[in-house]
Write a protein that binds this ligand. Structure first.
Ligand SMILES: NC(=O)c1ccc[n+]([C@@H]2O[C@H](COP(=O)([O-])OP(=O)(O)OC[C@H]3O[C@@H](n4cnc5c(N)ncnc54)[C@H](OP(=O)(O)O)[C@@H]3O)[C@@H](O)[C@H]2O)c1
Length: 334
């Protein structure tokens, strides 16, 4: 194929505090010529995920992006050209495309998606590894929500949180979401049908939670960490499960992560706190995607999207994740 032009987002400098636009640079270049075992992919939807922020550090759990390197991003796209026997032009695929419009990538890192089950974009959202699957395994395998239990979810209006809250409802939980602002709280109760919502930006969170969950909390699905974790820990019931999915309040400065000071409530109430990384469940992705796609088709699960158009908007989309203006899944359509 003729030289394919590519527009991509580079890490211009490592952030030394909250993210800012000057950490990024957007440039146009040419894709390299395909070699055996490689694919040329046109990106269709890029997933904005919290781990993109953490790989901007020099050392990070998910690996580190060098200054001047293309930012990482998972996404779905279409194969334009294939030099792998397992793919052909036109296939819809999911994998680490990067923050760019086009990518020449090793075929071994990509999976074909079944567009008869759900449209291409659903494979970064409700059926996506970092969204639907993370919520599914956090609720089912770690939180083990039982009918009638009281479940609290933080960042409940976001991507993982909104799916986790809905799965907990499907599993018979009484679900209370925590989110920032009255609009998001209305979204939780009126559009997602949750049993209650707490606005952590203006409510007295401790008091509001006691009112909504007078008998205490059985499962806390935590996306936020920091102070909120302590507030909920203080209100857990015996045998509660605290699911550590993430701690977005702590990612802007990994040097001073604040852990829970009320962790002794775990001992006092015979409770457990368990973290998880979704990739540990890789062998069960198919099972989860089947179930999630059925809920989607029946309308029992809804995935709201907040879409940024154009790859030049990628930095703004990542900034939005921390300022919290979105509902549901943050996506960039390059
Ligand atoms: N364990 C795993 O394998 C795994 C996989 C994927 C993601 N995750 C984790 O899942 C969590 C959610 O990710 P997501 O992609 O679904 O993001 P998201 O919830 O769509 O976006 C993040 C939300 O966090 C809230 N937030 C941001 N800063 C905050 C702060 N300082 N205090 C309280 N809330 C804050 C904002 O909502 P408000 O407007 O409500 O503040 C924002 O909308 C992250 O912690 C991420 O690391 C874990």
């Amino acid at each position: 194929m003729a030289n394919q032009s590519n527009r991509r987002v580079l890490l211009a400098r490592r952030p030394d505090g909250p993210l800012s636009r000057d950490c990024f640079q957007v440039e146009t270049s040419q894709c390299s010529t395909l070699e055996d075992g490689q694919l040329l992919i046109e990106a269709n939807c890029l997933s904005i995920d919290a781990f993109i922020r953490t790989v901007m550090y020099e050392e990070a759990y998910h690996g580190s992006v060098p200054v001047g390197g293309t930012l990482v991003a998972l996404g779905v796209g279409r194969v334009l050209e294939s030099r792998s026997p397992e793919f052909e032009a036109g296939d819809g695929v999911f994998g680490p495309i990067g923050a760019q419009t086009h990518a020449v990538v090793p075929a071994s890192l990509f999976r074909k998606v079944d567009e008869s089950v759900a449209p291409l974009r659903a494979w970064v959202g409700a059926l996506g590894v970092t969204t639907g699957l993370t919520a599914y395994f956090g609720i089912r395998a770690v939180g083990c929500v039982q009918p009638g239990e009281t479940v609290v979810v933080s960042a409940a209006a976001g991507a993982v949180g909104s799916v986790a809250a809905q799965i907990a409802r499907i599993d018979g939980g009484r679900v209370i979401g925590i989110a920032g602002g009255p609009d998001k709280c209305r979204f939780l109760t009126e559009e997602l049908g949750l049993d209650g919502a707490v606005d952590y930006k203006s409510d007295d969170v401790e008091g509001a939670l006691r009112e909504l969950a007078p008998d205490g909390v059985d499962v806390y699905f935590d996306n936020v960490g920091g102070e909120l974790l302590d507030v909920v820990l203080d209100q857990i019931r015996e045998k509660a499960r605290i699911v550590i999915c993430g701690a977005i309040s702590q990612y802007e400065s990994m040097e001073s992560v604040r852990g829970p000071s009320l962790y002794l409530r775990l001992a006092e109430r015979h409770a457990r706190m368990e973290g998880f990384a979704v990739n540990f469940f890789e062998t069960r992705y198919g099972e989860a995607q089947r179930e999630l796609s059925i809920w989607l088709k029946r309308g029992e699960l809804v995935m709201h999207e907040h879409v940024f158009s154009g790859i030049d908007q990628f930095p703004e989309a990542l900034l939005a994740m921390f300022s919290g203006g979105h509902r549901g899944k943050l996506i960039v359509e390059p």
